[in-house]
Design a protein around this ligand. Structure first.
Ligand code: SF4
Length: 554
């Protein structure tokens, strides 16, 4: 008997069902681990590794560490093994993980909202000097990362950090990472709403809790009530963006499902207005959906953006309301366009209370322990006890009296931290790169710094805002897809056919008013040595051809 022909609609439904049958979603009954990461998370919660670090590994040394802790659970406490020195980028994809592992760690200090007191910054500086060979990098998620950490020193480092209220809890791993917050929350004179209470409530209720310590993969949060929209909300798993509801007043617009990496997607609005005191509950609902419905079969599809791509914002909102909040959310307006193309708060700005905040620019986020301590002392000597890190790898000193501003600016500039930097120093970011990262193919930090020097020397009159982001591999830790000039590290051929370090170029990415991903210019790859020549050429062409007010991205 001939089979009955299937209708196109039925075929589509069957294909979709088939595609999702094996995604490993807990909510549809898939609790059997489908890969090694899911297995080790099921075997033991990532948070539990702390006890073993304190009682066994720190005493018995690196070789005593269980491999599932070493390359898995230790991330829940901010620890990654760093790259063994001297292994070139060509070997990254060839070697086994254990061949790339050094016996030292990167330690990520979690800084929710980018908020630091003088004592906290000093403590990080001292840990860097005492335990991390002086290393310290400000990340583009407001954290500070240290390198060369020995497992033997980790308990003492925790003690020192926790004594001043800092932690490394869930700084990495498949859990809620640092909560990005507007670095000028509560002080900026143009603020729509201060999101700080929501950052604190989420942290107190959920960070370090086993309710969300086994997610399909990492989960990134951003909260800002600044009209500058200074938390890259477009590329976070969940974001709350300050808006004014015509009836209910200031609150937040909810965005879900953004993320970059190798399959970038912009977050989508759910079209709902969330009051400040409900942000933590709504956040927990979104994370709950990710925990229960998120895809766990393939690591490459385990971010919330893939679920959002399949569900769409209407279904996501409906599930959030019906299954997690058990109430309807209020419809709300979209945010206004950002009030500034620079979103980093560099420069001197008046606060709500009449004092000033001073934003300054370390080069590509690279600092060191001694310098962090000097920044802390400088801030304290000018009457401030509050500093901030930004998502552009920059820093801000808050609460400076008017008669102290000039002296503080001079002190920062003496440390090579410019308060009125060139667009190149201001707009260039770089990820960790081959110096410490096991996934890296090329160097980034030193090259980014060299590029800044070259562009400042060659183009002293160029004043347009421009973002130049360097990554050491195809991942997106430095957000290459949303930069004006994104540089993705890879090996390329030089003029003589030799394989050398270089970059695939992406042009015209942007966040803000018209967000979009940069175009990968087909075949456009530059060697590392050619980088300043290439970037100079692109910028000069742009400058010569642009019309008034044109953004680089257009
Ligand atoms: Fe490492 Fe690649 Fe991320 Fe850079 S982009 S820090 S090289 S994983």
């Amino acid at each position: 008997m001939a089979a009955t022909p299937e209708s196109p609609a039925a075929a589509t439904t069957r294909r979709k069902a088939g595609r999702h049958r094996g995604e490993g979603q807990w909510a549809v009954g898939h609790h059997t681990p489908l890969n090694g990461n899911e297995q080790f998370k099921k075997d033991d919660d990532g948070l539990n590794v702390r006890t073993r670090i304190e009682t066994i590994y720190a005493k018995s040394g690196f070789d005593s560490i269980d491999p599932n802790d070493l390359r898995g659970r230790m991330r829940w406490w901010g620890l990654y093994t760093q790259r063994k020195p001297g292994i070139d980028g060509g070997k990254t994809a060839i070697l086994e993980p254990e061949e790339l592992d050094d016996k030292y760690f990167m330690l990520r200090v979690r800084i929710d909202g980018g908020r630091l007191s003088v004592a906290q910054l000093r403590a990080i500086g001292e840990v860097s000097e005492q335990y991390a060979r002086g290393t310290a990098d400000i990340t583009d998620r407001q954290n500070i990362q240290l390198h060369w950490i020995r497992i033997e020193d980790v308990p003492a480092i925790w003690e020192k950090l926790e004594a001043v209220g800092l932690s490394t809890t869930e700084a990495c791993g498949d859990c809620p990472r640092v909560i990005i917050g507007s670095p000028v929350a509560g002080i900026a004179s143009d603020e729509i709403i201060d999101g700080t209470p929501a950052v604190d409530e989420i942290h107190e209720r959920y960070i370090g809790s086993k309710e969300f310590s086994n997610l399909p993969r990492k989960f990134k949060t951003a909260i800002s009530g600044s009209p500058v929209q200074d938390v890259v909300h477009e590329i976070n798993d969940v974001a709350f963006v300050g808006v004014v509801h015509p009836e209910h007043g200031p609150g937040f617009d909810l965005w879900v499902g953004g993320g970059l990496s190798t399959n970038p997607k912009l977050a989508q609005r759910l079209g709902t207005w969330v009051p400040l005191d409900e942000v933590a509950d709504v956040w927990a609902g979104v994370v709950g959906i990710f925990r229960d419905y998120g895809y766990r079969r393939l690591r490459t599809r385990a971010r919330l953006k893939f679920l959002m791509a399949d569900w769409g914002p209407e279904k996501f909102r409906q599930v959030l309301e019906d299954e997690y909040l058990e109430r309807k959310l209020v419809d709300g307006p979209a945010p206004e366009e950002p009030v500034s193309r620079w979103r980093d708060h560099i420069g001197v700005h008046r606060q709500q209370d009449g004092r000033f905040y001073v934003g300054f620019a370390p080069r590509v986020g690279r600092v060191d322990g001694t310098t962090l301590t000097k920044i802390a002392e400088l801030a304290g000597a000018h009457g401030s006890d509050r500093l901030r890190t930004t998502v552009e790898q920059k820093m801000i000193v808050l609460d400076v009296a008017e008669d102290q501003v000039d002296s503080l600016v001079a002190g920062l500039e003496a440390l090579d931290f410019q308060v009125t930097p060139s667009p190149f120093r201001r707009g260039t970011m770089a990820c960790t790169g081959i110096e410490f990262c096991k996934l890296a193919i090329v160097e980034t930090k030193g090259r980014g710094s060299w590029l800044i020097d070259e562009l400042e020397r060659r183009m002293p009159d160029f004043q347009e805002p421009v973002t130049i982001n360097l990554n050491g591999c195809p991942n997106a830790c430095a957000r290459i897809q949303v930069a004006d000039i994104g540089l993705k590290g890879q090996l390329v051929l030089d003029g003589e056919g030799n394989q050398v370090e270089g970059y695939q170029v992406h042009l015209g990415g942007a966040l803000g008013l018209e967000p979009g991903f940069g175009r990968k210019v087909r075949g456009l790859k530059v060697t590392a040595d050619e980088l300043p020549d290439y970037v100079e050429r692109v910028l000069r062409n742009f400058d010569a051809q642009r019309t008034d007010g044109e953004r680089f991205a257009q």
